[in-house]
Design a protein around this ligand. Structure first.
Ligand code: GUN
Length: 296
C-alpha cells in the first residue's frame, strides 16, 4: 500500500481563507476588526520567526495585530502588567504569550493571568478543564489542527483506536481529549510505555508528538492507519554543514504501510497558525455575543 499524503499546507490555506472571508461581516457588525495580541519576551531566534509569521498572517486575514516585544530581562511583574492591560483592552480578542519565557518568569503564573476567554492558545487551566468536560472553550492550536486533518481524511472517527505518543500539555493531552470527544478509544503512550511498537500497532490513528527524529518506524504501524506527525526535528543533512527537517515518524517507511500520513514539513506545521487565526475569530465573536461563523 502507498499512503495518501495529507496536504496540511493546502488545508491550512483553505482555513485561512475561510477565516478571512468571515472578517468583513464581523467588521460590519461591530465597527472593528478582530484583534490578536502577541507578546514576545527576549530574542530567541525561533520565537522571533514565529511571532513575525503570526503577525503577518493576522494582517493577511484582515484582523488587527498588536505586537509587544519586551527585553529578555523583563521581570514577571512587568509581563503580568502587560497581560492585565491586554485583558482589559476591548480591541484585543486573543492574547498569545510566546513560549518559552526567560528563566526568571514563571510560565504557569503568566498563563494563569490571561483572561480564559482571550486565551486563543488554549493553555489556561480553565480551557484545559473545559476541553476535558466538553464545555465550549479554546483548544490548543496544534492538536486542533491535527483533528481537522484527521476528520478531513477519515470523516467520522467514532470507534477508532487512537494512540497518541507524547503527553505534553500543549499537544499530547489535549489531542487525547479531542479524540475521546470524537468517540475514539484513546491510548496515551509516552517514554515509559512498555513495548511501544506493540501499542502503536493497535492504532487506526497514530499521533506522534515526542520530538524524537524518525522514532516511529513503518513496521510499528497497522496497515492502513492514519499517521499524524507533529514532530519538527532538525538533523544533519546529506552534505556537511547542511541540516534538514524530519518528523517523529520515518516518513518513507510509514508511507509504504499507512493509509494516510502527514509530511514534515507541510503537514501539521502550517495548521497551527491557521488554527490560531480561527480561534481569534471565534474569540471575537463570543466576546461580541455574535454567532460564530459556520464551517470553521
Ligand atoms: N511556542 C511554540 N509553540 C507555541 C505556541 O503554539 N504558542 C505559544 N504561546 N508559544 C509557543
Amino acid at each position: 500500500m502507498t499512503a495518501a499524503t495529507i496536504d496540511g499546507k493546502a488545508f491550512a490555506q483553505g482555513l485561512r481563507e475561510r477565516v478571512a472571508a468571515a472578517v468583513p461581516a464581523f467588521v460590519a457588525a461591530t465597527g472593528r476588526a478582530p484583534g490578536l495580541a502577541v507578546v514576545l519576551v527576549g530574542e530567541d531566534p525561533a520565537s522571533q520567526v514565529y511571532v513575525r509569521s503570526k503577525g503577518k498572517s493576522t494582517l493577511e486575514a484582515g484582523m488587527a495585530s498588536f505586537e509587544h516585544r519586551l527585553p529578555a530581562e523583563t521581570g514577571e511583574d512587568e509581563l503580568l502588567a502587560v497581560v492585565a492591560r491586554l485583558n482589559a483592552d476591548p480591541a484585543v480578542d486573543g492574547i498569545l504569550v510566546q513560549l518559552p519565557l526567560p528563566a526568571q518568569i514563571d510560565e504557569a503564573a503568566v498563563i494563569a493571568a490571561i483572561d480564559p476567554d482571550k486565551d486563543v492558545d488554549g493553555f489556561h487551566v480553565i480551557n484545559a478543564g473545559r476541553l476535558a468536560t466538553g464545555a465550549p472553550g479554546f483548544v490548543p492550536c496544534t492538536p486542533l489542527g491535527c483533528l481537522m486533518l484527521l476528520k478531513d481524511a477519515l470523516g467520522d472517527l467514532s470507534g477508532l483506536e487512537a494512540v497518541v505518543v507524547g503527553r505534553s500539555n500543549i499537544v499530547g493531552k489535549p489531542m487525547a481529549q479531542l479524540l475521546l470527544a470524537e468517540s475514539c478509544t484513546v491510548t496515551v503512550a509516552h517514554s515509559r510505555t512498555r513495548d511501544l511498537p506493540a501499542v502503536v500497532r493497535r492504532a487506526d490513528i497514530v499521533v506522534a508528538a515526542v520530538g524524537r527524529p524518525e522514532m516511529i518506524r513503518g513496521d510499528w504501524l497497522k496497515p492502513g492507519a492514519a499517521v499524524i506527525d507533529v514532530g519538527i526535528n532538525r538533523v544533519p543533512g546529506s552534505e556537511p554543514g547542511k541540516t534538514r527537517l524530519v518528523g517523529d515518524v520515518a516518513f518513507a517507511e510509514a508511507a509504504a504501510v499507512a493509509g494516510h500520513v502527514t509530511p514534515v514539513p507541510g503537514g501539521v506545521g502550517p495548521m497551527t497558525i491557521a488554527c490560531l487565526l480561527r480561534n481569534t475569530l471565534v474569540a471575537a465573536h463570543r466576546r461580541e455575543r455574535l454567532d460564530a461563523p459556520a464551517g470553521l
